[in-house]
Design a protein around this ligand. Structure first.
Ligand code: FAD
Length: 518
């Protein structure tokens, strides 16, 4: 559309919001450039709890629109990416001592009309919340809420005997960092330029366009590009970009709230998650993870500076272990932890006192005083596609004749198969590539879907895939990740394109890194 400029849209930030907008905009015919200063999904978008969820607890904040939008969206997303996303059941054990966070509007209301509850969450309220969760909209694939008798159900086995009853409801799992990369791949297929290890270090605003300075983080080379418009999707850095890089004086900002997770060897055998409510009113999840592990999180702690890399503190590790140990029969201890990760939620600062109470909704602010700038605040993995649609609606007036919404129902790369088709895809892959063991075939299908065949090509045996790095990781896969998925380092491969970092030794990981950087 912009004949005179390099790009119609220059997007700052290759997290889920930047890549989601890039895909949507490129599919509508806009010339899109996206600059990511590190790896795709290197910040918040690889550090989430990895759920496409309506956000059951946000109902207590009366965020009904956000919950409804997210509930409807879950299944739209699930259908478009049945390889990297799948349904999960959540078991919510009930105990009469479960408390609200004192700041939620619901707890305040209940404190007023039922003061004798002293902040406890009554069972009928949980049932009401789950009833709304089932019926607010969009649930066609996922099963409805059920009640479990924990004294008999297998889900009661790992839990302490004091839990006799639980509610069970549905949400979906998603491989967050792979979701980002698949959006970037699809954006490229539709004409976008995705530039990784490229930092936006400055920008000059003109009346009808921007000159943007890009700095290659590996070579140090600088260059200028022109763009009709900028989208600031820098996540935790959105305020720094606005006030620093772009040199605008804005009061808009985000509150950075750190959330940490711990990973421990598998705590139980079944494939459901637990949703634990604490006596402090907070909630945590315990989720089956990568076959052999359990993921436990998250915390909520203010984080002052985006440039300070978030990490899970000893206090956070102890908090999560102690929280989970109030539910599981066998205590969870710090020495069981095999990995931790932390991310910073860039929440739109709406002035709430307490971190958990800040809105999880997104806010888009268009500044069209001169060449336009769209700033993205907040958002969730679950709402990224809708956020991209809203962003495109906001900027449509800048691009005459812009095509309409198109992303709902369009499969992500490798996701062009039925929602319940994973087992058939694994079986087909093993039939055609008999050297693949079950776990290897499953990993490839879960990561790449129908593209697994493209990576395996005409290999007749494992040796045809080149050097083996351990846990089924081959040179052929690394070549694919470099040429199709923007991976440059061992870290990119082992912690974002996959989670093979959990399985490879330090020596194997070093070999992967050397291969990637060669
Ligand atoms: C602990 C935790 C759990 C969560 N769980 C869930 C969940 O289960 N479900 C859910 O739906 N949501 C969840 N979320 C929310 C979700 O992860 C975030 O809202 C989302 O990832 C934010 O994406 P983003 O693209 O805005 O930011 P980011 O992913 O942080 O991306 C911003 C990118 O901008 C880049 N950047 C910054 N400055 C520049 C610059 N000058 N030049 C170039 N690049 C730049 C950064 O390197 C970064 O990669 C969770 C968040 C956290 C922290």
């Amino acid at each position: 559309m912009a004949q005179d400029f390099d790009y119609d849209l220059l997007i700052i930030g290759g997290g889920i919001n930047g890549c989601g907008i890039a895909r949507d905009a490129a599919g509508r015919g806009l010339r899109v450039g996206l600059a990511e200063m590190d790896d795709l999904a290197s910040a918040t978008s690889s550090a989430s709890t990895k759920l496409f969820h309506g956000g059951l607890r946000y109902l207590e904040y009366f965020e009904v629109r956000l919950v409804r939008e997210a509930l409807i969206e879950r299944e739209t997303l699930l259908r478009a990416m049945p390889h990297i996303s799948w349904p999960m059941r959540f078991v919510l054990p009930y105990h009469k001592d479960m408390r609200f966070e004192s700041a939620t509007p619901t707890s305040k209301l209940l404190g007023f009309v039922m003061p004798w509850m002293k902040g406890r969450r009554p069972a009928w309220l949980i049932r009401l919340g789950l009833f709304m969760y089932d019926h607010l909209g969009g649930r066609k694939i996922l099963p409805a809420t059920a009640t479990l008798d924990l004294r008999r159900a297998p889900e009661g086995g790992p839990l302490q005997d004091r839990f006799e009853k639980a509610y069970e409801y549905s949400d979906c799992w998603v491989e967050d960092s792979r979701l980002v990369v698949l959006n970037a791949r699809d954006a490229v297929a539709r004409g976008a330029d995705i530039m990784v290890r490229t930092k936006v270090t400055g920008a000059k605003r003109h009346s009808d366009h921007w000159t943007v300075t890009l700095s290659d983080q590996q070579s140090g080379a600088m260059r200028d590009v022109s763009a009709k418009m900028i989208v600031n999707a820098a996540g935790p850095w959105v305020g720094d970009v606005l006030n620093g890089t772009l040199g605008l004086n804005s009061r808009e900002g985000v509150r950075l709230v750190r959330g940490s997770h711990i990973v421990v060897p598998k705590l139980y055998e079944h494939d459901k998650c637990y949703f634990f409510q604490g006596e402090d009113g907070r909630i945590i999840f315990a989720i089956p993870y990568e076959g052999d592990f359990t993921l436990i999180g998250t915390t909520d702690a203010d984080h002052s500076d985006p440039s300070q890399v978030p990490s899970c503190t000893i206090e956070e590790q102890d908090y999560l272990c102690a929280f989970a140990s109030k539910y599981f029969k066998a205590p969870v201890t710090r020495d069981q932890i095999v990995w931790t990760y932390s991310g910073v939620r860039p929440l739109y600062d709406d002035g709430a006192e307490n971190a958990s109470a800040l809105t999880r909704d997104y806010t888009l602010k268009l500044d069209d005083a001169a060449a336009p700038l769209l700033n993205i605040f907040g958002g969730k993995i679950t709402t990224y596609r809708r956020l991209a649609e809203s962003a495109l609606r906001k900027i449509a007036t800048q691009f005459e004749g812009l095509k309409g919404e198109w992303t709902a129902g369009v499969p992500m790369p490798g996701g062009n198969f039925p929602v319940d088709g994973v087992d058939a895809l694994i079986a087909d892959l093993q039939r055609d590539y008999p050297f693949l063991e079950a776990a290897w075939a499953k990993r490839l299908v879960r990561a790449y879907g129908t593209d697994a065949r493209v990576i395996l090509g005409d290999a007749k045996n494992a040796a045809d895939l080149g050097e083996a790095f351990g846990a089924g990781l081959s040179a052929a896969e690394l070549d694919w990740l470099r040429s199709h998925e923007f991976a440059r380092t061992g870290q990119d491969v082992l912690w974002r394109r996959s989670k093979l970092g959990l399985r490879l030794s330090a020596e194997q990981a070093a070999r992967v890194d050397a291969y990637m950087q060669a």
